[in-house]
Design a protein. Structure first.
Ligand code: CMP
Length: 221
């Protein structure tokens, strides 16, 4: 699977090695791969489908950290520092993940010269993304955050058709979209409806079509 190798920054040979150590696991829709607070004994690579990462806040309100799709890894943090899972991973669609046990992960890290730089790059990227999220929460208004989310989902899950329309089958409910933005459902819906009213997007059931990505991007800046 060359796209997987590219996603992980691995060449073919190293990838074959890594993949041999994984076990295939199927996760039915709505099932949890792991839960916040439990000890972590494996990391996972998403091969098919999508999952959401939820964190329950002190107030009991769930917040979604990220939506994961093919090529994404999840669960490495507990393996690295030995602490509990920092979030719950739930399948939004039937998903297939590749599971790597702690022992194999430790061995891979010790034996593969490419492993540590790869992992550091991955963690650095996530830290950058988290900093962007924090900055958005502090400085950007909800419509801007919604526009940025739509662009991010388009990047991650969008498929462009012959007319240049980018179709995003995000599989998220309105409530989950709001949890990703970090705002109330009504506020997020209002922003989406206003983008739709301007002809930039078209809203479907658990999907969004981006009709004018350029205007949306200009708004998001
Ligand atoms: P772990 O803490 O073992 O379990 C939850 C996982 O969610 C964590 O490892 C990371 O792999 C992943 N994770 C945590 N925070 C983020 C984030 N902001 N974006 C993407 N993935 C994350």
């Amino acid at each position: 699977n060359p796209s997987l190798g590219a996603a992980l920054g691995l060449d073919e040979e190293v990838l074959a090695d890594v993949l041999a150590a994984f076990e295939v696991r199927e996760v039915p829709r709505q099932a949890r791969l792991f839960e916040q607070g439990e000890p972590g004994r494996s990391l996972y690579l998403v091969r098919e489908g999508s999952l959401k990462l939820t964190r329950t806040t002190a107030s009991g309100r769930p917040s979604i950290l990220a939506v994961l799709g093919p090529g994404d890894t999840v669960g490495e943090m507990s393996l690295l520092d030995g602490s509990a899972r920092t979030a719950t991973a739930t399948a939004l669609t039937p998903a297939v993940v590749l599971e790597l046990s702690q022992a194999r992960f430790d061995r891979w890290l010790a034996d593969q010269p490419a492993a540590a730089p790869l992992l550091l790059r991955h963690l650095g990227r996530r830290l950058r993304a988290s900093n962007d999220v924090i900055a958005d929460l502090v400085f950007a208004d909800v419509p801007t955050r919604v526009a940025r989310l739509v662009l991010k989902l388009a990047d991650q899950f969008g498929l462009e058709d012959e007319r240049g329309v980018v179709m995003i089958e995000h599989q998220l409910t309105q409530e989950e979209l709001a949890q990703l933005v970090g705002s109330a459902r009504e506020t997020v819906n209002k922003a989406l409806a206003s983008f739709a009213g301007r002809g930039w997007i078209e809203l479907g059931r658990r999907s969004i079509a981006v009709l004018d990505g350029e205007r949306l991007a200009r708004f998001a800046r």
